[in-house]
Design a protein around this ligand. Sequence first.
Ligand code: MCA
Ligand code: AMP
Length: 501
Amino acid sequence: MTNHLYDHLIAPHHSNDDVFLECSERDPLTYREFVRMSARLAHVLRASGFDVGDRIVVQAPKTFEMVALYAAALQAGGVFMPLNTAYKRDELAYFIADARPSVIVCDPASEVTIAELAEPLGAAVLTLDGDGSGSLTANLDAMPDEFAAADRTAHDLAGLLYTSGTTGRSKGAMMSHDNLLSNAVSLVEGWQITKSDRLIHALPIFHTHGLFVALNTALLSGLRVNFMAKFDLDAIIAALPNSTLMMGVPTFYTRLLSDGRLTKELVDGMRLFISGSAPLLAETHVEFTARTGHAILERYGMTETNMITSNPYVGDRRAGTVGMPLPGVEIEITDPETGQLVKDDQVGMIEVRGPNVFKGYWEMPEKTAEELRDTGFFITGDLGKISDDGYLSIVGRAKDLIITGGYNVYPKEIEDVLNDVDGVIESAVVGIPDLDFGEAIVAVVVVDTDADRVAERIDDAITGRLARFKHPRRYEFVGELPRNTMGKVQKNVLRENYSSD
Ligand code: MCA
Ligand code: AMP
């Protein structure tokens, strides 16, 4: 029997007494204890009706138990599907109905809502609170310490992560065991991660970055994780002297730079700072190097592909670039219209092929065919160019996407909510530069009556239906939207107009 990810990430730690996860609120958890907790949780899942190939939806606080639940789902042969804790009922309803999990684990505070959504599917609902308590763990001690891992090949599914669509519905990216393992192996080698590393982990664990990039590399190398509930500037400053490694989104670095306590001495013991999920401004890179002596290593990835490129660990970490393809990963720059390769050094669509590229979108063969070519190349929607010496720069996006503090927001989803509001004729949502979040959401709205009254209704609709990070930070009420001769709204004009204010 083999279970690709379990055999490489979890089983090797069976007798490892090194600390895996530590945090300020609880006793540290060793690797050995983690393996035992995962096995017990796998028994809980089985007893709740979780079979090989089933999906488990998890919308729960960031805890040791949630990490062990990921391992348990793999061990039980299932597919782990984490969801942003900020999602509201309407958002959850879609994901749950689409993925049809057999088990859902949620915060006790949302149990009633989740139970309603689970009912038509007959899915079991278990709870997990921020301190590790809940119905998921209530009988953990009574469970056996060992669980025979289900047989899973490299090509079986391990994760289902939803990404929003530029038009229409969110799509579940199907990640296989090998997609995840091959990428973790490349990153551990490329970033020279070892068991001596001490990682600052302040990212959420419901996305690729905090879950797969950070935790799969931790499990593969056996390093020690300083597991923080969220980004907290004081906690990070306090942790830096005893750490060697940090992974973050650009907001982590701009916030650190805004604090006078960030000095060369503070980060004396640090080996590597890594940034990704959103563009790191070249000036942030330069300022960070000047202040700390550390050149941030910027890398580029997507939910559908895991990590694609990375700046070198040894060599020039070039500001404003995302480095070179990881081993085994190929990149092509193509003409977005024709799909033909562009000439050297020209800007075009970034396409990627390799063991990291996903298996397709869950139950959406047409969407898969649109973005994943028969040749195996995935069309990223990002525009870029490659320098003579092989560094990729991302220069824009062909997709209508806003990235705010590392979270992706598709304007269409917000526009749909706005356009539903009584009194709204039409709307356009754009991202404008923001010092803290990289981009901030602005909604430009055309109304047919008293703007104040409509604004109240908009506020109710947005608050009720969308996660907080998707809420526009600013509304502009206008008489009409700028359009080109084809009648298409000129979002670039809106971006320019509101960026300069
Ligand atoms: C929190 N808020 C946000 C965001 N985060 N609004 C917009 N964008 C955000 N990212 C809201 C809060 O609800 C709060 O609302 C208000 O903004 C201020 O919150 P603040 O305390 O400043 O936020 P925070 O809790 O400090 O969080 C900011 C953060 C966090 C640290 C940047 O958003 C974060 O950890 N982002 C990382 C996301 C991530 O992991 N992305 C990876 C995706 P109120 O007004 O109610 O107070 S994976 C990916 O992209 C690919 C694969 C890749 O390459 O990695
Ligand atoms: P997601 O769908 O959350 O996986 O986000 C993937 C998108 O994040 C990519 O398509 C890029 O647009 C963006 N992204 C990730 N890393 C970087 C980076 N280092 N620089 C610029 N954009 C990035």
